[in-house]
Write a protein that binds this ligand. Structure first.
Ligand code: ADP
Ligand code: ASP
Ligand code: MG
Length: 419
């Protein structure tokens, strides 16, 4: 039997009516002759609520118990989806991660797949089951504890199942009808893309475009999964939505193909740290140990004999998610108390956002950075930190300018036009 993976995100299973709507889409594929693996998210808002409960109970929580709690939203929707399909006369069964079992590493709240053995699900398909409904976002560690894959992780569950079961396609049903040049909620000029390359989608996702979890794109690229994003609310067929595919299948040739943003960033500066071999390791080692996801890093030119320091000093700035600021502060102050680092001041700015432009065309075209900086300057938006890679340029700006920055860059690179 040909097999499809269909994933439904939180808004697509937000209530019983929407679960029925999603089940109708599954039924249509079964009627076309497919066996289907359905991956479900928790009802929208549910995971946030569960995370809130954990934080209220235990601010520096045990990650194993965090996973035990936050994985539970998906269990509810998996069971309900299986029941709805059964009511429609379709042989369906639900599976929680441990039942498959979806084997992951033991990095709680950021676990990675180790293996997805097919035997249990294949055996049920062989007995006549048409749809396996699998709870997304979760797995089980070698220590037999429940793990989760990081926020948005059901996308990655879907792609991993598509790879493991050799699915014809992995369809990600969501609340937008495809992948756009930027988040359509930020500008109505955002344009839906027919196709986007794995590389560009990988950058957009890792820079904040949450339409797909970064890891899902990585896996799709590695295992060559045909990955599509489409609407769970519109009528859809094989041509709907946006296909994420290899660069060789792309017709568009724009230098910049998308703008991404990440709203909740923080910028932390260690003022006048000693400038000596090993200082970066002394700062970022404890941050890594504390589980802080450091993103951009800037070390400025060093000065000699500044104030009460003897020898060279420098300022070290980095960014991280705003909800990790207290963790970061504790790690740095801990290193200072342990006399591993010396600095004059720790300056924390929790009101920044990151805005990035992405395009594989940047590899061969100069001038993207200057055009970006000019456009932001024309709107009087101050750039606080700049970071670049082969196919992206990112800037940190005050959060209040984030929307304006996205709209300005979308205009500056004429992304509303196809070519
Ligand atoms: P789901 O719950 O289905 O997983 P998400 O909220 O995780 O859905 O992802 C879909 C959302 O991603 C959209 O509602 C949209 O606001 C946002 N988004 C951000 N960037 C983009 C983009 N470039 N194209 C489409 N959607 C985007
Ligand atoms: N429910 C999880 C989250 O909100 C996983 C997902 O929806 O992909 O992050
Ligand atoms: Mg999502």
């Amino acid at each position: 039997m040909p097999l499809l993976v269909m994933k439904f995100g939180g808004t697509s299973v937000a209530d019983l009516e929407r679960i029925e709507n999603a089940a109708n889409k599954v039924m249509r594929e079964v009627e076309r002759g497919y066996d289907v693996i359905v991956i479900v998210s928790a009802m929208s808002g549910k995971t946030n609520e569960l995370v809130g409960w954990v934080n209220q109970t235990s601010p520096f929580y045990d990650a194993r118990e965090y996973d035990a709690v936050v994985s539970s939203g998906e269990n509810v929707t998996a069971g309900l989806m299986a029941l709805r399909l059964q009511e429609m006369g379709i042989p369906a069964r639900s599976w929680q991660g441990w039942q498959v079992p979806i084997q992951t590493t033991s990095q709680h709240s950021a676990a990675r797949f180790v293996d997805i053995p097919r035997a249990n699900i294949d055996a049920k398909f062989a007995e006549g089951m048409k749809v396996a409904v699998v709870a997304g976002f979760q797995g089980v560690s070698p220590e037999n504890r429940i793990t989760t894959l990081g926020r948005g992780g059901s996308d990655t569950t879907a792609v991993a199942f598509a790879a493991a079961f050799g699915a014809e396609r992995c369809d990600i049903y969501t609340d937008v009808d495809g992948i756009y040049t930027t988040d359509p909620r930020i500008t109505s000029k955002a344009r839906k893309l027919e196709r986007i390359s794995f590389e560009e989608m990988l950058e957009l996702a890792s820079l904040g475009a949450k339409v797909l979890q970064t890891r899902s794109v990585e896996l799709a690229m590695r295992y060559n999964v045909r990955l599509r994003v489409l609407s769970s609310f519109d009528e859809t067929d094989e041509t709907s939505g946006t296909l994420v595919c290899g660069e060789d299948e792309i017709m568009e040739s724009k230098v910049v193909s998308g703008v991404a943003y990440s709203r909740d960033e923080a910028k932390i500066t260690l003022v006048t740290v000693e400038d000596r071999p090993g200082i970066a390791a002394a700062i970022f080692g404890p941050l890594a140990d504390a589980g802080v996801n450091v993103d951009m890093i800037v070390q400025n030119i060093s000065e000699k004999d500044y104030e009460d320091h003897v020898g060279a000093v420098t300022d070290m700035t980095f960014s991280c998610p705003v909800d990790q600021v207290e963790r970061a502060r504790r790690a740095i102050e801990g290193a200072r108390d342990a006399k591993a680092i010396v600095y004059d001041d720790l300056v924390v700015d929790t009101d920044v956002a990151k805005v990035s432009v992405v395009g594989i065309g940047m590899r061969s075209h100069a001038g993207v950075a200057s055009r970006m900086f000019k456009a932001l300057a024309d709107e009087n938006i101050n750039i606080k930190v700049i970071g670049t890679s082969e196919i992206k340029i990112s800037v940190l700006v005050d959060r209040k300018y984030m929307e304006l920055a996205v709209q300005t860059l979308h205009d500056a690179f004429a992304l509303e036009k196809a070519d």
